[in-house]
Design a protein around this ligand. Structure first.
Ligand code: FES
Ligand SMILES: [Fe+2]
Length: 450
């Protein structure tokens, strides 16, 4: 086989790299039976907005599987394989019943767990309904999103409750946005704090009010956790150090700092304004499901607009397909960046630099998990209950610390790592006790500066 040519190494030599290279299928494929797909199926993740569930069943596609989702007349949510187990008519044309759904073709009636309740054309004593089931997955409805677990039943974890699901005074507004590309491209955008400098700053001008300081290159510290990666990216503005924490929990949950904040005075452990999962539709399409957090404490600018949050919409720039091509070219946003990489990015064609450490870390972490599942090993999945939720860290801390004229970036790095240590030590506590521990710890460490 000819040696693979990954990059052009001379001017005017596009010809050297005009042959396609294979994508990294181990990481990128999500269909049934693929290593990445089986990994994804070990986690609960959102598959629909409850607003989608009306009088008719809805055909959806998740992880390369065609499914139908509906709310039966008892109010329960069913998530079934789309094709009827009898002769594969689509249940999107079925009739919703008190319990479950009835296929339009020969009237077989399925409960939400896939149990066959009736096979009306078959003899009374037919054993069919005691022998087989329609394919089905368990669901959990929470604050406007429907989550599902699509893995083997014997591996099903309890639905994980994250601390960000009920932060005091936070009102969660659900939303969902499609991207015509592999899921990892959007997730990598969140693991790349350097793109903000250029995409949201130097190249296109500031895109997010209150975040104009994004034009400065951040000082970044990454922390690997059993369930994912937490990082902080920090910048100086006058005598303030702005430390923004970001979460990525596997497979694809991301939380950033505040969207619309006043960052002109010290604050400690303000919380995220965005909780989002990038869910694979199939190898070349993904759908983000998440919540915008509205609150008066962490978004004091009050520029957010809940009326602009929902199906195919969120209230900050550049996140959807729904702008003119001219506007996309004039002022490209995140959506153009990750979808523009193509339906499935070719990693071997990339040339990663030092600013891509987060992307590389995420790929490594995913690969470890994918291989562990493929080898029959158990993996760390987020676990939490309303009383003892899974702890997350996304949000902002702002400290008043004068510039170090010797090496300010090294000092900023020491500060953000010390703050992270205090955040993580706070894991021994819950709720207000945790917040209090972190605030006190930061105040003690940095004295009256905070
Ligand atoms: S195909 Fe569904 S009942 Fe026959
Ligand atoms: Fe961005």
């Amino acid at each position: 086989m000819a040696k693979e040519t990954r990059w052009a190494r001379r001017p005017y030599d596009g010809h050297a790299i005009n042959q396609p290279l294979e994508p990294d299928y181990e990481l990128l494929q999500v269909g049934p039976g693929t290593p990445g797909g089986e990994f994804f199926r070990r986690f609960w993740q959102p598959v629909a907005m409850t607003d989608q569930l009306g009088e008719k069943p809805v055909a959806i596609r998740i992880l390369g599987e065609d499914l139908v989702i509906f709310r039966d007349l008892s109010g329960r949510v069913g998530l079934l394989h789309k094709h009827c187990t009898h002769r594969r008519a689509s249940l999107e044309f079925g009739r919703i019943e008190q319990n479950g759904i009835r296929c339009c073709y020969h009237g077989w009636h399925f409960d939400i767990d896939g149990t066959i309740l009736e096979t009306p054309g078959e003899p009374e004593d037919s054993e069919i309904r005691h022998t087989i089931c329609q394919g089905a997955y368990p669901t959990h409805e929470f604050k406007g999103l429907v989550f599902a677990y699509m893995g083997p039943p014997e591996k099903q974890p309890a639905f994980p409750h994250y601390d960000s699901m009920d932060l005091p005074d936070h009102d969660l507004v659900p939303y969902s946005i499609h991207s015509p590309c592999n899921w990892l491209q959007e997730s990598e955008n969140s693991m790349d704090p350097f793109h903000s400098v250029f995409l949201h700053g130097r190249v296109n001008g500031p895109q997010f009010p209150g975040l104009e300081h994004f034009v400065a290159l951040p000082v970044v510290a990454y922390h690997t956790r059993p369930e994912g990666i937490v990082y902080s990216h920090s910048r100086r503005r006058d005598d303030l150090i702005l430390i923004r924490f970001h979460d990525h929990f596997l497979p694809s949950l991301a939380q950033n700092g505040g969207m619309f904040q006043v960052l002109s005075e010290p604050k400690t452990f303000s919380r995220t304004s965005l909780t989002k999962w990038v869910v694979p539709v199939d190898d070349n399409n993904s759908r983000k499901f998440g919540w915008r957090h509205f609150n008066d404490k962490d978004e004091v600018l009050r520029q957010g607009n809940r009326d602009e949050v929902g199906w195919e919409a969120v209230d900050f720039y550049g996140q959807t397909a729904h702008r003119s091509y001219e506007e996309m070219q004039n002022n490209p946003g995140d959506w153009e960046a990750w979808t523009g990489q193509g339906p499935m990015n070719i990693h071997r064609r990339e040339y990663l630099g030092v600013t891509d450490e987060g992307v590389a870390l995420l790929r490594d972490k995913l690969r470890q998990g994918i291989r562990a599942v493929a080898n029959g090993e158990d993996i760390a999945v987020p676990q939490g209950t309303p009383k003892k939720p899974f702890h997350t860290y996304g949000g902002d801390t702002v400290l008043r610390i004068p510039k170090d004229n010797q090496d300010d970036r090294a000092m900023i790095d020491r500060v953000q790592r010390a703050v992270a240590d205090i955040y993580f030590a706070g894991d021994a506590y819950e709720g207000e006790d945790r917040t209090e521990f972190i605030r006190r710890g930061v105040a003690e460490k940095f004295g009256s500066a905070t």
